[in-house]
Structures are given as structure tokens and as C-alpha cells.
Design a protein around this ligand. Structure first.
Ligand code: ATP
Ligand code: MG
Length: 253
């Protein structure tokens, strides 16, 4: 009987390995299709603008201002393609350094000026609710700041959708979970996650924005997981979205 169970366990494990392999391949395929699609746009634009420059330069009296405009577009599109590639790298190579012992509240306070000025641009207010007495964590601080900033950016971009007169607020809060983990929450009073994409929110290239890459949440989740943590979403009450980054306490890592 025991031998039969062991054989079944073996078979199950092999099946699981095969399924994992297939799902990884499917993920790679999906990813490659997404990258191809995303890069195609800026590359096609670069080719078009370059052709336009060549045509303009062939005219007897070329309009230099028009050519300069086309060259600026080429630069902008090349920068966009580069940005997509560098953010993709964040998905596969999440950690450069081992990190240092960090006070999460201090890391957020360092960002406060930047967040406040960004909030002003989006005609929104931001509030910090930082709980003292959090466990210090070994982190790459720039990387966690990048995640917080990506979440705040999303919140402010969502608040842009609010009709005038509706309060536009982002709250950045830290708390200590019962098991000692550190929670960083970013809540907004915007329209909340569109039901169309709720299931795919963390998938690379999932975006509802004309100029979005859809890599912000995907790379933020990769970073969270590289610390043994999580990044989840829940609706905020009475309206809006709330993203929770959970970073495990040293005792649990
Ligand atoms: N706070 C939020 N409120 C409402 N929708 C949100 C919020 N945060 C994210 N989303 C939705 O999730 C999608 C994916 O977000 P993500 O940050 O991954 O990409 P993006 O913001 O579209 O692009 P990028 O981060 O490159 O600018 C967004 O396009 C938006 O539809
Ligand atoms: Mg984003």
C-alpha cells in the first residue's frame, strides 16, 4: 500500500513538474507576444519619421523646422522603446544588491517631497499615516521606493478621472501586521479598478492608459515576491483602490 502511495506521489510530482514547465512556456510565449506588440509601435514610428526626414531633405528648399520636429519624435520614440526594455529587465532581474537594514517609514519620508509635488500637479492631496515601531527590514531601499512611487503614480493617474468637486486624496500608510510583517498601503479615492481588467491587473502589459506600458504593477509584484512578500489589491471604501505591499519580518524570512 505504502509503495503504491509512493508511486502515486512520484507520478503526481512528475505531472506537476510537467504542468509547471508548460505554464512557464505559455507565460514566455505570452510575454514575447506582448513585447513584440509593445516595441512594434515605437519602432514603426521611428521608421516613419526617418523616411519623412529623408523625403524632406530631398526637397529643393528643405524645411529645417519640420525635420527637427521629426528628429525629436525619433528621439522620443527611441526613449519609449528603451524604457519598455529597461522596465522588462525589472521583471526578470529584480534585485541588484542584498540591501541594508532599513526603517520603512524613513524610506517613505524620503519620498514625501516628490509625492507631494506630484500630487499638486494632479490637483490632489496626499496624506501619510505612518505607524511607529515597525520592524527594521533588510531591503534595497531604492527598489521599494520605486514600488511605492509606482503605486502612488497609479493612484494619482486614477484621481485624474474624478469629476471636479469630488475629493481627490491618496493615503500612504504603514502598519505592523500581527505576525510582525510590515504593510505599506496606498489608497485612493478614485474610480477604482475597472472590472474589465480586474483579473489581469498584475499581468505585464495590462493597461487602460494610452501612454501606459502596463509594467508598473507587474514589476512591483516581482520585487515584492523577491523579498518573500506580496502585492495585492482590494477595493477602497467608500470608493477607489487600495494596494497593499506586505514585506515579511526578518523572523519569517
Ligand atoms: N489606483 C488605481 N485605480 C484605478 N486603476 C488602477 C490603479 N492602479 C492601477 N490601475 C489599473 O491597472 C492598470 C495597470 O497598472 P500598471 O501600473 O501596471 O500600468 P500603467 O499604469 O497602465 O502603465 P505605467 O505604469 O507604465 O504607466 C492601469 O492601466 C489601470 O487601469
Ligand atoms: Mg502605472
Amino acid at each position: 500500500m505504502n509503495q503504491r502511495n509512493a508511486t502515486l506521489d512520484d507520478a503526481n510530482r512528475r505531472l506537476q513538474d510537467r504542468l509547471m514547465h508548460v505554464s512557464r512556456l505559455a507565460a514566455v510565449g505570452e510575454m514575447a507576444a506582448g513585447v513584440a506588440h509593445e516595441l512594434n509601435q515605437p519602432l514603426a514610428a521611428v521608421a516613419n519619421y526617418a523616411q519623412a526626414c529623408e523625403r524632406l531633405l530631398g526637397l529643393p528648399d528643405p524645411d529645417l523646422e519640420e525635420i527637427r520636429d521629426a528628429l525629436r519624435q525619433i528621439t522620443a520614440q527611441a526613449v519609449r522603446a528603451g524604457d519598455i526594455i529597461s522596465r522588462l529587465r525589472g521583471l526578470t532581474r529584480p534585485r541588484d544588491s542584498l540591501g541594508e537594514l532599513t526603517d520603512v517609514n524613513a524610506l517613505i519620508r524620503e519620498l514625501a517631497d516628490l509625492i507631494e509635488s506630484d500630487a499638486r500637479v494632479h490637483e490632489s492631496t496626499c496624506r501619510f499615516e505612518l505607524t511607529e515601531g515597525l520592524n527594521p527590514l533588510t531591503l534595497d531601499r531604492a527598489q521599494i521606493q520605486q514600488v511605492v512611487f509606482a503605486l502612488v503614480r497609479n493612484a494619482l493617474e486614477a484621481l485624474d478621472e474624478c469629476p471636479l468637486g469630488v475629493p481627490r486624496e491618496v493615503v500612504i500608510a504603514t502598519t505592523r501586521a500581527a505576525d510582525g510583517d510590515v504593510l505599506i498601503e496606498v489608497r485612493d479615492s478614485g474610480p477604482g479598478i475597472s472590472p474589465d481588467i480586474a483579473q489581469r491587473l498584475f499581468d505585464p502589459f495590462c493597461t487602460t492608459k494610452a501612454a501606459g506600458t502596463g509594467l508598473g504593477l507587474a514589476s512591483s509584484r516581482t520585487i515584492a515576491r523577491s523579498y518573500g512578500g506580496t502585492l495585492e489589491h482590494r477595493p477602497n471604501l467608500p470608493s477607489g483602490a487600495c494596494f497593499v505591499l506586505r514585506l515579511p519580518s526578518p523572523a519569517r524570512r
